[in-house]
Write a protein that binds this ligand. Sequence first.
Ligand code: AMP
Length: 580
Amino acid sequence: MARIVGIDLGTTNSLVAFMDGDRPRIIPSRTGARMTPSVVGLDHTDRVLVGSAARSQLATSPGKTVAEVKRLMGSAERVALGERLYTPTEISALVLKALKDDAERFFGETVDEAVVTVPAYFTDAQRQATKDAGHLAGLQVDRILNEPTAAALAYGLDHLDKEQTVVVYDLGGGTFDVSVLEMFDGVLEVKASAGNNKLGGGDFDRALAEHIAKEIARRHGIDVRSDPRAFARVLLAAEEAKRQLSATDAVPISLPGIGGSSGLPISYEGEISRAGFEALVGDMIRSTLEPVKAALTDARLSPRQVSEIVLVGGSSRVPLVHRAVAEFFGKEPLRGVDPDEAVALGAAVQAGLKVGSISTQTGIMITDVCPFTLGVEVAERAGQQLVTGIFSPVIPRNSTVPISRTDIYSTTGDGQREVEVRVFQGDARYVRNNVFLGQYRVEGIPAGPKGSQRVSITFSYDINGILQVTTKVLSTGKETSLRIDKTPERMTVEERATAAARIDREWKMGAPVEPAKVHNPGVENDLLTIAKKRLAELPSHKTGELSAVVGTFEEALKTGDKAAAARHEARLTDLLFELE
Ligand code: AMP
């Protein structure tokens, strides 16, 4: 059977998983961690670094390091690492390359296919860019899966017998998605999805960093925001403080020598309380309830009709998120689904479904929706006047996919020989308020009086969320079609080949990562929880080494001995796998 993995290509962290028999499992990275930071950088000799090693130079070398590139996917922006320029797709390809490499090391054989997840609210261009990134990394990505749908699959696998309505609330590092699903007899049916592809934990970090920067300016009269290195440090401190505030009421913030380029020996010592943090991010968190309401309305459900709320994404750990969701639904969200791993595990389940390795055992089936309305620009007659720029929907949002819909339009001018088909997504009446996806020209229309020639426009939206538009001039039968992937930002075949060669070359010349030396903060607690749970399940004669490693790992974390913590973390990961 072909080796196919499931990948969660996250804003902050990425994970790779596979189906081990009938259970999905995370594949550890070379450093022994379960998550790989989605960070890419160049070291002092310009060799490529991916993951923890790149993350740890974020503050010292911000000009040669990039994080959160997922926010730029599908855009025409370029990322500068030192002297070199990269497309966001190329940066993501390097992250995928690291995951592919980890999987290959784990299996001892090549892996050339993956199911990759994207936020449900990703546009067509963002999905295409993700597929391209896979291609550049040497991975065939036939299947793109929506993140909340993946999380639902991971959850659903253990609850196949129940008939229930589930909401997946997915707040990650850079995106927010919500999906409403119905589950019955092993069928998971997505009823509606909504979200905001520009909101996540990174925004919380920036809000907190801005607050700290203002405090520094107030006390010391310098603006660290104008110094990229200093601000990168403030951002890292803000993220760390934010994480700690999920568990404690107040945290100290210490930034020695933050004077930076001002040349002043300034140190900042402050404190931020959970209440203070909540005041900074409260509006952002509450704004996530708008897409939640929209998705419920589309699914024709009230909050009280929802049986379970599954929280996923690292940012769902913020206690205010939990409270806001609990208050809105009038019930506590579910615990027990790992918010960091659910999406990758679900991607592995989808990979298993794709190659037929699990459907026969579990009978699980899933259907998804197109989360936004898709349509074309038209002109409408209002009395004597022709009003242009009007949006005419072809596929209504939250239609079950795959879907194909055809509408017929007529010419608006006498002797009109051409039609410009401009495709948009959104729900606004005027196209200027919607997202432009692509356009093309239909030529060769026979001349005739206005309204005499008719053109059919067919939209086909597939299970990967990729749109194909086909037009037909009815009087001649002539067809023209556009895969929306031919947008200006999309790479040509030649560009892809050149980029793939570059990524391969740079990856091969990349800085070696020494196993288990690089410490990935943030995963310890999860790992400890998993290990302790496992300890409780094991018969006493089998707990020996696991119990010892848990003890030494905890001790290393307590004393802050990072090298020892990394060593024990790697051993613990291996042990857990050995014991499975
Ligand atoms: P994801 O994209 O799902 O990997 O989520 C990553 C985001 O979750 C980042 O913005 C992290 O800072 C955030 N995050 C991770 N752990 C925590 C935590 N304990 N409390 C608050 N935010 C967290």
